[in-house]
Design a protein around this ligand. Structure first.
Ligand SMILES: Cc1cc2nc3c(=O)[nH]c(=O)nc-3n(C[C@H](O)[C@H](O)[C@H](O)COP(=O)(O)OP(=O)(O)OC[C@H]3O[C@@H](n4cnc5c(N)ncnc54)[C@H](O)[C@@H]3O)c2cc1C
Length: 559
């Protein structure tokens, strides 16, 4: 067997996956994995929960120790060993032993760069004050925990409302801290479309979280009592005992850049489908690289553990001469926020509109639905709000977002696989999914999403959306029960309950477009089907009153 010398820089998700896979493929390879930190293969995804005391012991964050890598995989792990340069001409790396300061060189046949990404820390006054933290490593989480305990911290400011911001907020609230989130966009979780986010805002507010949306931090000041004031663009200040910066991450490209490897437009190391960089002896994986978005076809930097692991495996395969290719990313993700589960996959409407391809040349369409996570007759059903985005041309599914308390990630995972396999809404309609009353419905929410979308494409259901309501010239028909209507309704809507509709059709104008709605869009679809067969010009409000009120809640909270 050919004896290859494989050096891996970075020993967590991408690096460790690559090293272990390489060993499985070759007993003869010499594999050395370097990490500048004190650990390899630790659970960065668990760090917020360690801060929040959900994960009690630090050692539980260690997925595999250097000893295990040595004994089980015959991999030489070198901790606190920073790679400071790549000498491509001589196929060697320069290693600095962080404990002794000693510098030495190691030669490679194949080099894998898996250095991850570093948290963004904008250059602004006071950014280096004690008490302002980013979260990436076990020592970071330990410092945050110690700070909270030693200062008896009561208030925290979380800057940035993405995944890590949300997870840290949840954990800090669970520790009893009052949390303020400062987010420069109009809503938290910017990967979702704005109307989908209002349940998250509502849940955060319910848990006492203060939201400062459309706000930017311009600097920090230390107060006499040791607290930190975040100064906001609006002139407001937010005082807290600690600040968590969760502004996203930037690919670690220094090594690659200095070695003259190609860096892409999105700021990540450019690789081909086999995870090979512009140097045929060097591979790169994980948060440090940019890869193709399977839907938009554009280069993207998607810092998620799943892609990092798969890329590590693919790099090992190709180093060992196998024919493996990375399929690209579609940003499938899930986060828990105060009991809410928020998941998405594929592209969102905002992105398609920004790319100016929402309506051209191939238009897209969306449908909303709010089915129970399992059948209503079995106790404990809870709704999932789901938005499905698809091509109007052929029904190709391109994105989905869902929020609920149970069963959310299952639906998004199914749709994610559908997207990867280039399935259409007609495929979702026909998908055979497991069912028993406590787990789902004979028509699963994924099937229903497919059916609604397929109805639209077949012309069986014409739909309108909440964002068209404001300027609507249509006759608004509310087909819910009178008690629902009395509780709340869209201004100007006329209530004719579905069960009375056939007897009261005369009250619906025939010379005007009619938009029907109910709570979630199902009864009004029945109404639309009936009325259209009597010659009415009728459209159904997708997702019904619930989608409409999602948007209203967003307006309310943003004020
Ligand atoms: C708090 C937190 C929560 C997260 N939660 C989730 C989640 O729930 N789901 C999800 O999908 N993703 C999550 N992620 C993202 C996920 O952890 C990353 O996408 C994944 O770890 C990337 O793997 P990687 O191997 O590219 O980089 P990393 O896991 O960051 O590993 C890179 C390693 O390289 C080392 N290194 C860097 N430069 C050098 C050098 N020059 N020499 C030696 N060593 C070096 C670093 O010390 C580091 O240990 C989370 C991340 C964080 C920080």
């Amino acid at each position: 067997m050919e004896r290859k010398r494989i050096l891996v820089v970075g020993g967590v998700a991408g690096g460790a996956s690559c090293a272990a896979r390489a060993r499985r493929l070759s007993e003869s390879a010499e594999i050395i994995m370097f990490d500048r930190g004190e650990y390899v293969s630790f659970a960065n995804c668990g760090l917020p929960y360690y801060v929040g005391d959900v994960i009690k012991k630090e050692e539980n964050l260690i997925v595999a120790t250097p000893e295990l890598f040595r004994s089980r995989f015959k991999i030489d792990v070198r901790l606190q060993s920073e790679i400071v340069a790549v000498d491509r001409q001589n196929s060697r790396i320069q290693v600095k032993d962080c404990r002794s300061g000693q510098i030495y060189y190691e030669k490679y046949d194949a080099l894998v760069l898996a250095p991850g990404a570093s948290p963004i820390r904008p250059n602004m006054p006071g950014i280096d004050l004690a008490g302002i933290f980013s979260l990436r490593t076990i020592p970071d989480s330990r410092q945050i925990k110690d700070w909270i305990a030693q200062r008896n911290a009561r208030r925290a400011t979380v800057v940035g409302g993405g995944y890590i911001g949300m997870e840290m907020t949840e954990n800090l609230v669970n520790l009893g801290l009052a949390v303020t989130i400062v987010e420069m966009q109009s809503h938290v979780m910017p990967m979702l479309d704005s109307e989908m986010v209002s349940p998250i805002h509502a849940e955060l507010v319910k848990h006492g979280v203060t939201l400062r949306l459309n706000e930017t931090v311009t600097g920090f000041k230390q107060n006499k009592d040791g607290s930190i004031s975040a100064e906001l663009k609006s002139g407001r200040t937010e005082k807290a005992d600690l600040v968590i910066l969760s502004l996203g991450v930037r690919p670690e490209i220094r090594l690659a850049q200095e070695a003259g490897l190609e860096i892409g437009r999105r700021g990540g190391i450019r690789v081909d489908k086999r995870m090979r960089t512009s140097d045929e002896k060097i591979w790169a994986v994980g948060d440090a690289v940019e890869v193709k978005d399977v839907i938009t076809g554009q280069w993207a930097v998607i810092p998620l553990a799943g892609p990092a692991n798969r890329q590590g495996r693919i790099a090992a395969d190709t180093i060992m001469g196998r024919n493996a290719e990375f399929r690209g990313v579609q940003a499938t993700s899930v986060v828990g926020i105060m009991g809410l589960v928020v998941a998405c996959t594929g592209v969102n409407e905002k992105t398609l509109r920004n790319m100016e391809i929402w309506d051209k040349p191939v238009p897209f369409e969306k449908v909303y639905l709010h089915p129970g996570h399992h059948v209503g007759y079995y106790p404990g059903a809870s709704p999932i709000s789901l938005k499905l985005i698809f091509s109007r041309k052929d029904g190709l599914v391109v994105g989905a977002q869902a929020i609920g308390r149970q069963g959310v990630e299952k639906r998004i995972d199914v749709i994610s696989m559908a997207i990867q396999k280039k399935a259409t809404v007609f495929d979702l309609e026909e998908a055979e999914l497991c069912y028993a009353p406590q787990f789902g419905s004979a028509k699963d929410p994924v099937n229903i999403a497919g059916m609604i979308a397929a109805n639209v494409l077949r012309g069986d259901a014409r739909i309108v959306h909440w964002d068209a309501l404001e300027k609507s010239p249509a006759f608004l028909l509310d087909v819910r029960n009178p008690s629902e209507y009395r509780q709340d309704h869209i201004e100007g809507a006329v209530n004719i309950p579905l069960d009375e509709l056939r007897g009261r059709m005369g009250e619906v104008p025939k010379d005007q477009e009619v938009w029907s709605y109910c709570a979630v869009g199902q009864r009004s679809y029945y109404a639309a089907r009936a009325l259209s067969q009597y010659g009415y010009d009728i459209k159904n409000l997708s997702g019904g009153f619930i989608t409409y009120t999602l948007r209203e809640a967003l307006d309310f909270i943003s004020e």
